[in-house]
Design a protein around this ligand. Structure first.
Ligand SMILES: [Zn+2]
Length: 190
């Protein structure tokens, strides 16, 4: 169910007053409306599921060579501050008879990113969803992201990048597979 926009608008209006603003001044008049729309979009991942998203875009393919999709742009909100974190996601998997349509991995990343998240959990959810959807032999996911809650407040570390990885199946069991994955996604952490 979509969030109640009217309710969110009222809450944002209250918030504006509480931080010392005048919600009736010209520049802020439509702000509650815009924030409600933005929040509905940024949390739209709660209202989607993997089956609908993948929607038959899984194809039979005999290959069992590693498939890599790298540099998938990622924008999410941290669950501790509801501030953005953003970066890139790299996915590798070894198919076991089935592969994804190429745009679907990016959509899968968006679905999980458009929720309140921890980067660690987001990384795990993506690897598990890929594994489960196509019955892969193994999956590796790496996310590199900058967190505005760290850059704009708190420790104010503007250049730090958080790197998380999640490996399942053969990516977990085989050092050679993990190394191949890392080599294929290239020099990271920039
Ligand atoms: Zn945070």
């Amino acid at each position: 169910m979509d969030p109640n926009a009217e309710k969110i608008e009222a809450l944002i209006r209250e918030l504006l007053i509480e931080i010392g603003e005048d919600p009736d001044r010209e520049g802020l008049l439509r702000t509650p409306h815009r924030v409600a729309a933005a929040m509905a979009f940024l949390t739209s991942g709660y209202r989607m599921d993997t089956d609908k998203l993948i929607n038959n875009a899984i194809f039979t393919q005999k290959t069992n060579s590693m498939v890599i999709v790298k540099n998938i742009e990622l924008y999410s909100l941290c669950e501790h501050h509801m501030l953005p974190f953003f970066g890139r996601c790299h996915i590798g998997y070894i198919p076991n008879g089935r592969v994804f349509g190429v745009s679907k991995l990016a959509r899968l990343v968006d679905m999980y990113a458009r929720r309140l998240q921890l980067q660690e959990r987001l990384t795990d959810q993506i690897s598990q969803a890929v594994m489960a959807s196509i019955g892969a032999t193994g999956v590796g996911v790496m996310i590199e992201a900058r967190h505005l809650c760290m850059m704009m407040r708190g420790v104010e570390k503007q250049n730090s990048v958080m790197v998380t990885s999640s490996v399942v199946g053969q990516f977990r069991d085989s050092t050679a597979t993990r190394e191949e994955f890392l080599a294929l996604i290239g020099n990271r952490a920039t």
